[in-house]
Design a protein around this ligand. Structure first.
Ligand SMILES: Nc1nc2c(ncn2[C@@H]2O[C@H](COP(=O)(O)OP(=O)(O)O)[C@@H](O)[C@H]2O)c(=O)[nH]1
Ligand SMILES: [Mg+2]
Ligand SMILES: [Zn+2]
Length: 333
C-alpha cells in the first residue's frame, strides 16, 4: 500500500506504507488531465493527501476513504475540496493561556465529526496556568463524549496521557489557532524536532516548514497530515455533525413541544427553558444557532452549485441531441 504525501498539479507523490519496498523513499504518478486518479471502486477522484493507493503496473488506484476533511470551495463547480483523507483523529489544539475559546472548540469538534474522524481535544501550555482542571471540565462540557487532555510541552506533563488517548490512531491532523502549540506538540510526539515552532529563528534547516499540504511520518507508525493553517473557517459543517457536538442540546430538544422546534420563540421549547433555568449556558445555545446557520448556508451553496452543474449538463445534452439530429444520426418521431 502507498499513501499520497503530496499533490501537485498533474503529479501525485506516493510514499510507501507498510509492506511496499521503496528504496528511494517514494514514487510519483501522473494524474489524468482533469487531475483525477481512478478509484478501486467507483468513479475517478481528485487525489488528496492521505489517500491510500495501490499500484497496478503503472496505474495508481485510490482506495475508498474512511474519512475526509473537507473545505468549502469558492469555485462554481466543485462543491468541496478534500484537504485530508483517511484521518483517524483530528487533534483539536487550544491554548490554556490565553484563556481557551469554547466556541472555537465547538466549531473544531464539529468539523472533526463532519470528517468522520474522532476528535481529541488537547489543551496546551498547562505550565502557564493554575486552573487546568476547570478548563478540562469546561472542554468536556462543550464536547460531550470527547477525550480532553491537558499538556505542557515545556514540562512534559500530560504527554503520556496524550499518547494513551491517541491509542491505535494511525493518521492525525492537528487543527487550532496559530500559536496554540501545534508544531511544538508534533515535535513532542515525534520525540525530536520535525516541525518549526513559533520560537525558531534562523534557517531552521532540517525542519519541516509547512508550505504545502503534506503527509509526514511520525515514529511508531503514525502519520501526520500537515496543512499550512487548517483554519476552522471554511471547513464544512453539517446538521448531523453539529448535532454530534451538541448532544446535550439534542437531548433537551427531545422534550420540545414541536418536533421541528428551532429553539428560538416557540412555546414549550425545552432548550430555551433550560437556558432560563440556568441549566444550559446561553453561550452554548447561541453557538448552536451559529453553527446550524453556517451548516445550512453551506448546504444551500452546495445545492445551488449542484443545480448549476445539472443545468450545464442538460444544456450540453440538448446541444448534442440537436447536433445529432442535424447530422441525421437520430430522428424525432
Ligand atoms: N509555556 C509553554 N509554551 C508553549 C507550549 N507549547 C508551545 N509553546 C510556545 O507557544 C508558541 C507557539 O507554539 P507553536 O508550536 O509554534 O504553535 P503553532 O502555531 O500552533 O504551531 C511557541 O513560542 C512555543 O514555544 C507549552 O506547553 N508551554
Ligand atoms: Mg505551527
Ligand atoms: Zn426547542
Amino acid at each position: 500500500m502507498w499513501r499520497v504525501s503530496r499533490v501537485d498539479k498533474g503529479v501525485v507523490r506516493l510514499v510507501p506504507d507498510g509492506d511496499v519496498d521503496a528504496p528511494d523513499g517514494g514514487t510519483t504518478v501522473a494524474t489524468a488531465r482533469d487531475g483525477t486518479l481512478p478509484m478501486t471502486v467507483g468513479d475517478p477522484v481528485v487525489p488528496a493527501v492521505g489517500d491510500r493507493v495501490v499500484l497496478d503496473g503503472d496505474r495508481a488506484l485510490v482506495t475508498p476513504r474512511t474519512s475526509e476533511l473537507v473545505r468549502d470551495t469558492v469555485g462554481k463547480t466543485s462543491l468541496v475540496q478534500v484537504i485530508a483523507a483517511n484521518v483517524d483523529v483530528v487533534v483539536v489544539v487550544e491554548h490554556l493561556e490565553p484563556e481557551p475559546a469554547l466556541g472555537r472548540l465547538e466549531r473544531m469538534v464539529t468539523i472533526a465529526w463532519r470528517a468522520e474522524a474522532t476528535p481529541l481535544i488537547v489543551l496546551t501550555k498547562s505550565d502557564l496556568v493554575d486552573d487546568t482542571d476547570h478548563w478540562v471540565a469546561q472542554a468536556r462540557a462543550v464536547a460531550p463524549g470527547v477525550d480532553v487532555v491537558a499538556v505542557s510541552a515545556t514540562t512534559g506533563e500530560g504527554l503520556d496521557a496524550l499518547h494513551a488517548a491517541l491509542g491505535e490512531a494511525r493518521t492525525l491532523v492537528l487543527v487550532g489557532p496559530s500559536g496554540a502549540g501545534k508544531s511544538t506538540l508534533v515535535n513532542a510526539l515525534a520525540g525530536h524536532e520535525v516541525m518549526r515552532t513559533g520560537d525558531v529563528r534562523g534557517d531552521g534547516r532540517g525542519m519541516h516548514t509547512t508550505t504545502h499540504r503534506e503527509l509526514v511520518r511520525l515514529p511508531g507508525g503514525r502519520w501526520l497530515i500537515d496543512t499550512p493553517g487548517v483554519r476552522s473557517v471554511g471547513l464544512v459543517a453539517t446538521e448531523e455533525s453539529v448535532a454530534a457536538t451538541f448532544a446535550d442540546v439534542e437531548e433537551l430538544a427531545q422534550s420540545c413541544r414541536f418536533r421541528d422546534c428551532t429553539h428560538t420563540t416557540e412555546p414549550g421549547c425545552a432548550v430555551v427553558a433550560a437556558v432560563e433555568a440556568g441549566e444550559l449556558p446561553e453561550r452554548r445555545l447561541e453557538s448552536w444557532h451559529t453553527l446550524r446557520r453556517e451548516a445550512a448556508r453551506q448546504a444551500m451553496r452546495a445545492d445551488a452549485r449542484l443545480a448549476a452543474a445539472r443545468t450545464r449538463q442538460a444544456k450540453t445534452f440538448s446541444r448534442t441531441v440537436r447536433a445529432m439530429k442535424a447530422a441525421g444520426q437520430i430522428h424525432s418521431r
